[in-house]
Design a protein around this ligand. Structure first.
Ligand code: 13P
Length: 264
């Protein structure tokens, strides 16, 4: 496998359907921005992206920070049209979003298919957004069928993408069994993560050859300030997709600090 792996680490905060009010959203964002501005090594070597609910994007884009980018949590394929309730990548791009989370397990739980995620990825790329493709198995069965599940998910979601486009996609490995909102969830270990990252890298390299090493892979699943360093150091990933802990400014900033320190 060619070793042209990008060095820039990336930390995402996925706020999901939080917080309840715009005022709280502005307060949380401003607090993170203020604290991050004091952390060294967050400029060139790492990216920080906060993905709030759609309706907060515009207001948050007006809060001055050179270190935090904005992302959305979904984008409908296409630009405009008769699609009630939907928001397109073009619209999000116009609001200042640079990234978009696609195929999150909480969306897939509502019936979203790999084919739909594939269309969303292509459309988001056309709108100039960087898609964050969420994927991962629901269970780790003793027969290891979860590897086949992940392979199919990855191949179907990336179907038809060419070498130029793949390097713009971020893969977020989020085993559903480790996500904080999953009932009876279990902790994933950096070793669980590393095993899957190696597997994903092999699939990418079979499909995209020399450019595959440049695709960033991040881990998400109850990451907190206590285990972030371990996942970054031993999980084989280029960053983290943080859910619950990103709603706590102190915890999220600590995770960013850990990443910046490791990046020195
Ligand atoms: P938690 O960190 O709350 O488990 O969420 C992970 C996730 O789903 C991020 O997209």
């Amino acid at each position: 496998m060619p070793n042209n792996k990008v060095a820039t680490k990336i930390i995402f905060g996925n706020w999901k359907m939080n917080p309840l009010t715009l005022k709280e959203a502005e307060k949380l964002f401003s607090l993170v921005a203020k604290n991050v501005s004091q952390i060294k090594n967050t400029d060139k070597k790492m990216e920080i992206v906060i993905c709030p609910p759609f309706i907060y994007l515009e207001a948050l884009s007006k809060i001055r920070t050179s270190k935090i980018k904005l992302g959305a949590q979904d984008a409908f394929p296409g630009d405009v049209g008769a699609f009630t309730g939907e928001v397109s990548g073009e619209m999000l791009s116009g609001l200042g979003a640079k990234y978009v989370i696609l195929g999150h397990s909480e969306k897939r739980a509502g019936g979203e298919t790999n084919n739909e995620v594939n269309k969303k990825i292509k459309s988001a790329l056309a709108a100039g957004l960087r898609p964050v493709l969420c994927m991962g198995e629901g269970v780790r069965d003793p027969e290891h069928n979860y590897f086949n599940f992940v392979k199919t998910e990855l191949e179907e979601c990336l179907n038809g993408l060419n070498k130029n486009l793949i390097s713009k996609v971020i893969i977020a490995y989020e085993p559903i069994w480790a996500i904080s909102s999953t009932q009876n969830r279990k902790d994933a270990t950096p070793a669980d993560c590393l095993e899957m990252v190696i597997f994903i890298r092999k699939i990418l390299s079979d499909k995209f050859r020399d450019v595959a090493g440049g695709v960033r892979i991040v881990y998400g699943g109850s990451v907190n300030e206590k285990d972030a360093g371990d996942f970054l150091q031993k999980g084989g990933v280029d960053g983290l997709l943080v859910g619950k802990a990103s709603l706590d400014a102190k915890k999220f900033v600590e995770i960013i600090k850990i990443c910046a320190t490791l990046n020195k």
